[in-house]
Write a protein that binds this ligand. Structure first.
Ligand code: MN
Length: 191
């Protein structure tokens, strides 16, 4: 299948001041576009050409995995942001309390892992086969789907995600991210 750019559920300037239009133009408009274009070139003429993106992520390695997973991860990341944040639905509050002690304890663990992760990668909230939630870190293009977990939330901690707006201050970017998470969407992904 031919992979294409995902639509955004908001305008490019809508996430400012937490995430600027310039960041969106580079991160979504250029980085993600490059991963989509590379993936289409790399799968042409291979058995991966007819697979869904999920199947490619779970079965490929090397450059095809890297580009496919970066398409998956960025699509999911941008889709989970909103300029009109609402409170966490009760269902999610209860689940985070069950699995982490409290929503605040979850947020602290996720923040700590996102701020301290060395190098490029992604931090995820993901559900295991027993429906328990975990905060997991993945290097580079890593995606917890590969290990059988179901992603419900992610943050991109590659420098390209924050260098325009926050330069080297990853912690400020993570703090800003918490103003943009679409909690309704996160809750809707719970089993
Ligand atoms: Mn990125």
């Amino acid at each position: 299948m031919k992979h294409s750019m995902p639509g955004l559920p908001y305008a490019m300037e809508a996430l400012a001041p937490y995430m600027s239009q310039e960041t969106m133009e580079y991160h979504y408009g250029k980085h993600l576009q490059t991963y989509v274009d590379n993936l289409n070139k790399l799968v042409a003429g291979t058995p991966f050409e007819r697979m869904t993106l999920d199947d490619i992520v779970c079965r490929a390695d090397g450059a095809i995995f890297n580009n496919a997973a970066q398409v998956w991860n960025h699509t999911f990341f941008f889709d989970t942001l909103t300029p009109r944040q609402t409170g966490m639905p009760d269902k999610l509050v209860r689940k985070l309390a069950e699995d982490f002690g409290s929503p605040e304890a979850f947020r602290q663990e996720f923040t700590q892992k996102a701020v301290s992760w060395f190098g490029s990668g992604w931090v995820w909230l993901a559900e295991d086969a027993d429906k328990m939630l975990h905060v997991v870190t993945e290097p580079n293009a890593g995606n917890p789907l590969v290990g059988g977990l179901k992603p419900v939330l992610t943050i991109d901690v590659w420098e390209h995600a924050y260098y325009i707006d926050y330069r080297n201050r990853r912690a400020a970017f993570v703090e800003a991210f918490w103003h943009l998470v679409d909690w309704e969407k996160v809750a809707s992904r719970l089993s």
